[in-house]
Write a protein that binds this ligand. Structure first.
Ligand SMILES: [Zn+2]
Ligand SMILES: [Zn+2]
Length: 243
C-alpha cells in the first residue's frame, strides 16, 4: 500500500507532470534535467587539480594528485575548491536566467550537481555560507542565487547556513574586467559583523560561478582574520581556460 506522502507525490506528478527545467521535456523527477540538456553541459568529471578542481584536458591525466600551476605556486588561497561544470555557452544559457530573470527552479539541478562535485573530497565544514550579496542588490533581485544553491548543500553536510555573519558593500558591476581589476574592485567589500560565529570554524563558501577566484579570496581573507580555521569553496560553474 502506498504511503500518504507517496500518494500525494503521485497526485502532484499527475497534475503537474515533471518536466526538464530547461526545455520542458518529460523527466521522471521534478527539477531534474532531461538527458539531452544534461549532456549539453561540460561537467568536470575527468582529470582535475586536486586542490582547486581546475579541469585538465584528458591528455594531461597524470594521476590523482596533480595540481594546476596556480595551486602549485601557492596562489590559490582557499583550502579546497570544487565546481560542477565549466562556464561555457550551455552553463551561461542556464546561469543568466537563473541569476537575472527569476528562474529559481534551476537551483535544484545546480545544487545537486554541486553536491556531486564534492563527492570525492574529505571536508567537514561547520558552516555553509552563500557568498553574500549587497543589500541593495538583494533588494533589486529579490533573492540571493547563492543562498538557493547553499541550502541543499548545508542539508547534505548536516550543518546550518550562515546568512548574517558577513555583510557586503554595494559596488558597481565588475563586468568583463581583468583579474587585477576584479581583485581591486572586490577589495574590502566584505565585513564580518558577527566574528563570534566565525571564530574556530571550518567554512564552505557557495557561489554560482567562479571567474578569477577574487571574490572567494577576498571573503576568505576577512573570515581568516575573524578566526576561521579553514575555508573551502564550491560553485556550479567556473571559468576554465585550458592549461
Ligand atoms: Zn531538457
Ligand atoms: Zn588548482
Amino acid at each position: 500500500m502506498k504511503s500518504g506522502r507517496r500518494y500525494l507525490q503521485d497526485l502532484i506528478d499527475f497534475i503537474f507532470p515533471p518536466s526538464c527545467p530547461l526545455c520542458n521535456a518529460h523527466v521522471e523527477t521534478h527539477g531534474e534535467l532531461c538527458v539531452d540538456c544534461w549532456a549539453s553541459f561540460n561537467w568536470i568529471d575527468g582529470a582535475k587539480c586536486i586542490h582547486c578542481g581546475f579541469p585538465f584536458a584528458s591528455s594531461f591525466d597524470m594521476g590523482p594528485n596533480m595540481m594546476c600551476p596556480t595551486c602549485a605556486s601557492g596562489k590559490c588561497e582557499l583550502d579546497l575548491i570544487r565546481s560542477a561544470c565549466v562556464y561555457d555557452d550551455a552553463s551561461r544559457a542556464a546561469m543568466l536566467p537563473y541569476k537575472h530573470a527569476g528562474h529559481i527552479q534551476y537551483a535544484r539541478f545546480m545544487s545537486r550537481a554541486m553536491i556531486w562535485a564534492l563527492r570525492d573530497v574529505d571536508i567537514e565544514p561547520d558552516i555553509v555560507m552563500p557568498v553574500p550579496l549587497a543589500r541593495r542588490r538583494l533588494f533589486q533581485r529579490g533573492y540571493n542565487q547563492a543562498t538557493l544553491l547553499a541550502r541543499p548543500i548545508a542539508h547534505v553536510f548536516g550543518v546550518k547556513m550562515d546568512l548574517d555573519s558577513v555583510s557586503r558593500e554595494y559596488r558597481e558591476n565588475m563586468g568583463h574586467k581583468t583579474s587585477a581589476q576584479r581583485a581591486r574592485n572586490i577589495r574590502n567589500v566584505f565585513t564580518v559583523c558577527k566574528p563570534d560565529k566565525i571564530q574556530g570554524k571550518k567554512i564552505l563558501l557557495v557561489d554560482d560561478v567562479m571567474t578569477t577566484g577574487a571574490t572567494f579570496n577576498e571573503l576568505r581573507r576577512v573570515l581568516v582574520d575573524a578566526g576561521a580555521v579553514a575555508v573551502y569553496g564550491v560553485t556550479f560553474c567556473r571559468v576554465a581556460h585550458s592549461v
